[in-house]
Write a protein that binds this ligand. Structure first.
Ligand SMILES: *Cc1c(COP(=O)(O)O)cnc(C)c1O
Length: 373
């Protein structure tokens, strides 16, 4: 499949894709609440055959990544479908810092002896090249959650792999606008459409995209057999959200860079992790593999967990909430989450939205200052 059938940029593809072209058809594919269809054209039952509402989302994301996409009920459903491809005794390699749901899914499977799990530090490129030779599933997530380490996907994806191995990239934080894992040579790229694709904190969805037709068929079979299908309204909303992805991302990451610089100079902030800052440990890799540095900033405060909790209580414009990638800025203390106690106690993860940059800065600065006094 072509990246952009008429040679257009991804920003235009986001607006053009996933539409009907027959005269008289609505400009947007409407939400089609259908479980079954009149027999005759191959589309009979939605769980296995899909619906036009899901396919619009698949067309958009597939085109962004120059692959063939499959929409799922959530990011975790898309991820679980990839894990579902593994045979008994498979070796899975995960990053040291990775989305907790994925780490838990991998641990649960290891406990039942479905596979074994190894962890490699995301910035250990040589470690990943070694892992590619022995693993059946190489699972990468970059930039990572919540430490925002950037992996050298360009180098890792080009390393020789065990025959039949899957190299999967969780591309949620980067979005297909900032990073193209399939172009680097990844087998499959997954998105939590709940985040940037949807962009409005009002849906759960996931997408897996691949250029490997056999894998696409296998993922579709997994979706059909487990019933991990997207909701009709959710798919419609995800398409609606995707139309403005480029605008939202561009605006929010411009603001994120400004906020990261100001936070780094703040007397009550001890450390800022943002791939766009020269001080970030993997900044040089980020400059090479990412087209933009993203909208997520993690920062540590000069003070403990209670201080950080007070900052979260004090913000007004920034919402004290989990999740990321939406129009509204959200922030939370990650070590407060069960299973995340290994993180620095005062680390706050901020997802920058599309609000005015100075308003956001004033909100953060006054929340930090009043928490200290
Ligand atoms: C949110 C998220 C997921 C899981 O997606 P859901 O839609 O919540 O199932 C996976 N990976 C990353 C990086 C995420 O941020």
């Amino acid at each position: 499949m072509e990246k952009s059938p008429s040679g257009i940029k991804l920003e235009s593809w986001l607006v053009l894709a996933g539409r009907a072209s027959e005269p008289g058809a609505p400009l947007n594919v409407p939400p089609i609440p259908a479980s079954n269809f009149i027999i005759g054209n191959g589309r009979e039952y939605a769980r296995g055959d899909g619906t036009p509402s899901w396919e619009a989302l698949e067309d958009i994301v597939g085109g962004l990544e120059s692959g063939r996409a499959l929409a799922f009920s959530s990011g975790m459903a898309a991820i679980a479908a990839v894990f579902d491809q593994l045979s008994a005794g498979a070796v899975v390699v995960l990053p040291d810092d990775c989305y907790q749901g994925v780490a838990s899914l991998a641990a649960a499977g290891a406990e039942r002896q479905r596979w074994s799990v190894q962890r490699v530090a995301l910035d250990d490129t040589d470690g990943w090249i070694g892992a590619c030779g022995v693993a059946d599933l190489i699972w990468l997530e970059s930039p990572s959650n919540p430490l925002l380490t950037v992996a050298d996907l360009e180098t890792i994806c080009a390393a020789p792999r065990k025959p039949g191995a899957i190299l999967a990239v969780d591309n949620t934080f980067a979005t297909p606008l900032n990073q193209q894992p399939l172009d680097f040579g990844a087998t499959v790229s997954v998105q939590s459409a709940t985040k940037f694709i949807g962009g409005h904190s009002d849906l759960l969805g996931g997408v897996a995209t691949t250029r490997d037709e056999a894998l696409w068929q296998a993922l579709k079979q997994s979706r059909t057999l487990t019933g991990a299908t997207p909701g009709t309204l959710e798919a419609f909303l995800a398409v609606r959200g995707a139309r403005t992805l480029a605008l939202r991302l561009q605006r929010a990451q411009q603001t994120a860079m400004m906020l990261a610089e100001r936070l780094e100079a703040h007397p009550l902030v001890s450390r800022v992790r943002y791939p766009g800052l020269p001080s970030h440990p993997t900044h040089a890799i980020a400059r090479r593999v990412l087209k933009g540095f993203g909208t997520i900033i993690s920062f540590d405060l000069r003070g403990g967990a209670e201080f950080a909790d007070r900052v979260c209580q004090n913000v007004r414009l920034v919402r004290h909430a989990t999740s990321l990638g939406a129009v509204e800025s959200t922030m939370e203390r990650r070590a407060a989450i069960p299973g995340q106690e290994h993180l620095p106690p005062s680390l706050l993860r901020l997802s920058v939205g599309i609000e005015d940059a100075d308003d956001l800065w004033n909100d953060l600065d006054s929340a930090i200052r009043s928490a200290a006094s």
